[in-house]
Design a protein around this ligand. Structure first.
Ligand code: URA
Length: 189
């Protein structure tokens, strides 16, 4: 099959694979550079994302923007998506069945973008994309190679809003990501 972002987005917007379609305002497909070197993957849309159809536009998203700015990675240069494309009621954690129903959209996004680096935003994303028993407090910022991809996880920005003491560690991790990005770019040139 010749997949494309247009096909995928249309399928996502019409998706009824789990119950979350009954409560969504918008499907939050993903946004950014479709040829990005870095793909950021969060957990699931929140209220602002559900209303706008764009990932990471609420308070957590604004904090993510600040980190991207701090390490000089333009938001427009990356792609941002989530494990779930629809908002779980009251922002509860995704159910395993919802992740199973939705994950194929992310797999196809990864194939289309073919990023060099995948950054999991938070433990839910890391447990799905790195290892089910991933421990974010112990392992954040470490690199894992999976096939063609270098994968890491950082704290979810929503966690940093609740626990600002972890912000310094987040900055260190984001600097590591920028360093790796620069290395990949310089190898290409
Ligand atoms: N939290 C997420 O994990 N994703 C979003 O898009 C917004 C908040």
């Amino acid at each position: 099959m010749n997949d494309s972002f247009e096909i995928l987005r249309a399928e996502c917007e019409a998706c009824t694979r789990c119950e979350l379609h009954t409560t969504r305002t918008n499907c939050v497909f993903g946004t950014g550079n479709e040829n990005a070197d870095i793909l950021f993957v969060g957990e699931a849309p929140g209220d602002n994302e559900d209303k706008t159809g764009i990932p990471f536009v609420g308070r957590a998203g604004q904090l993510l923007d600040q980190y991207l700015y701090a390490v000089d990675i333009p938001r427009e240069s990356v792609y941002i998506a989530n494990i779930l494309k629809c908002r779980p009621p009251k922002n509860r954690d995704p159910l395993p069945a919802e992740e199973d129903a939705c994950i194929d959209f992310l797999r196809r996004q990864v194939k289309l973008i073919n990023p060099k680096i995948i950054v999991c935003l938070g433990r839910i994303s890391a447990m799905r994309l790195i290892r089910p028993d991933y421990k974010i407090t112990r392992e954040h910022g470490e690199w894992v190679r999976k096939g063609n991809f270098l994968i890491t996880a950082v704290y979810h920005p929503a966690l940093l809003l609740r626990d600002p003491r972890r912000k310094e560690e987040m900055l260190v991790d984001m600097k590591k990501i920028k360093h790796e990005l620069d290395r990949i770019k310089s190898e290409r040139n």
